[in-house]
Design a protein around this ligand. Structure first.
Ligand SMILES: Cc1cc2nc3c(=O)[nH]c(=O)nc-3n(C[C@H](O)[C@H](O)[C@H](O)COP(=O)(O)OP(=O)(O)OC[C@H]3O[C@@H](n4cnc5c(N)ncnc54)[C@H](O)[C@@H]3O)c2cc1C
Length: 415
């Protein structure tokens, strides 16, 4: 059974071809090596020099057009729509989460923010090389003392003539040691809380920017996560994204895009868990028959099917809305919450189906579980998504067009 079939109301033949391209790349160029890369990430040296696989893989993703998949060709992108972004994320995370994390931070959180809020000059200077994969990009919101409560950040950017002086530490930053450019949120007016935050495009090569890898992560070990430190970094005012004080709004709008990629990726991870479980359940025999024929094993498989389809439908609904330029915070948040929690549960069931073999990295399912766990935390924890859904249902929060939506997909202008 083709687990991706039945979505013709959302996807075109072009999306199907894209799925094949991404799958071929991930299965040929990543899958054979991923166990070794994941194991190497458990060791102490996690900087880019000791993780030599990262840059070549990301370079290939750039060459294949994945990193700018849903950006207009005039900005270096592949000219496809936001559903194409979901397809890329699904197929990448079907093989390993570290590939999709790159799509989330580079494309979802950073490049789409430049597309949405950037001046033409900023787009030419940063978006074009990022969309082509010539430069890599990260997103710096979280700090040692502020995660969910992002507005409590301490980083500051003090105006000084034609520049700002940026100081602060961001932590748990994906691609911290790899990215060329960062989208950094900092307080330009600390008295004004969330309204005193501004967003800046910061280049790693500038004096005062440094990074340090985080060791001992539970999952996404094939990728890179670390802290980025800004010490008296002089940022030209021309590198402020949006207006002064708009940084929090930009950061939250970015999360609408990042969460969408996380949800799509989690759907791919559910599919990977299901595929591995179907294979193993047919092969493994107990009491004279394949374990697939035991009802309680079937129940786990059927729950995975349900979670796969419901997650995918929620993701594609959000993508459909993005294509039309509709505000989709509620729908994207729901997709992220449901798909990430489901992917953790499915990976857990996949281990159960594999019995003791599932408990070692001889089979991929223990990696799926470790990788799935992170997505229940990053880009808004499970609890934050729950609060948001309740607030929407109660009418405390609405989904209005707040000038926060991405530009609608326009096949004529993007191709
Ligand atoms: C692998 C990985 C990659 C990441 N990549 C990035 C990145 O690239 N850029 C970036 O900026 N950040 C990144 N993060 C950070 C991530 O976004 C934060 O970890 C996340 O926002 C949660 O913040 P926190 O860890 O500080 O938890 P806290 O905010 O301290 O929360 C701790 C616990 O309290 C709960 N909680 C907090 N407030 C409430 C409330 N009001 N009501 C109920 N419960 C509450 C939370 O749900 C959680 O269970 C990454 C994290 C991981 C694990």
């Amino acid at each position: 059974m083709d687990l991706t079939a039945g979505y013709e109301m959302f996807l075109t033949d072009e999306h199907a071809m894209l799925r094949q391209t991404v799958r071929q790349f991930a299965e040929k160029e990543v899958a054979p090596f991923i166990r070794a890369w994941d194991r190497s990430g458990a060791e102490q040296h996690e900087g880019p020099e000791t993780r030599p696989h990262i840059r070549p893989v990301l370079k290939r993703m750039g060459e294949l057009g994945f990193l700018g998949i849903c950006l207009p060709r005039r900005y270096g992108g592949a000219g496809m729509d936001y559903l194409a972004l979901a397809v890329v994320c699904e197929e990448l995370e079907r093989v390993d989460s570290f590939l999709r994390v790159v799509m989330s931070v580079h494309t979802g959180l950073n490049s789409l923010s430049l597309f949405q809020w950037g001046s033409e000059e900023q787009k030419q200077r940063y978006l074009v090389p990022q969309a082509r994969g010539e430069q890599l990009a990260g997103y710096c919101l979280t700090e040692p003392d502020s995660g969910t409560d992002a507005a409590a950040m301490r980083a500051t950017a003090r105006r000084d003539g034609d520049s700002y002086i940026l100081n602060g530490e961001k932590t748990w930053i994906s691609l911290a040691d790899i990215a060329d450019n960062f989208l950094v949120m900092a307080k330009t007016d600390p008295e004004r809380g969330a309204r005193g935050i501004s967003a800046f495009i910061v280049e790693r090569r500038w004096p005062g920017v440094s990074s340090q890898p985080i060791h001992g992560k539970l999952g996404v070990r094939a990728g890179n996560t670390g802290s980025v430190i800004f010490q008296d970094v002089r940022v030209p005012a021309a590198n402020r994204l949006g207006e002064e004080g708009e940084g929090f709004k930009i950061a939250m709008a970015a999360l609408d895009n990042g969460r969408y990629t996380v949800a799509a990726g989690a759907t791919g991870l559910i599919q990977a868990s299901l595929e591995a479980s179907l294979r193993y359940a047919r092969e493994r025999h107990t009491f004279g028959k394949p374990i697939a024929e035991h009802q309680l094993v079937k129940r786990m498989l059927s729950h995975m099917v349900r979670k796969l389809d419901t997650s995918r439908l929620l993701v594609y609904r959000a993508g459909w809305m993005k294509n039309r330029g509709l505000r989709n915070t509620r729908e994207t948040t729901l997709a992220k919450w449901h798909a990430t929690v489901s992917s953790f549960e499915c990976a857990d069931d996949a281990i159960q189906i594999h019995g003791a073999y599932g408990y070692s990295d001889e089979y991929p399912v223990e990696r799926y579980l470790r990788n799935a766990r992170g997505a229940v935390i990053y880009e808004g924890t499970r609890e934050l998504q729950e609060l948001l859904q309740a607030d929407f249902a109660l009418g405390y929060r609405i989904n209005p067009p707040l000038r926060c939506e991405l530009p609608a997909y326009d096949p004529e202008a993007w191709g």
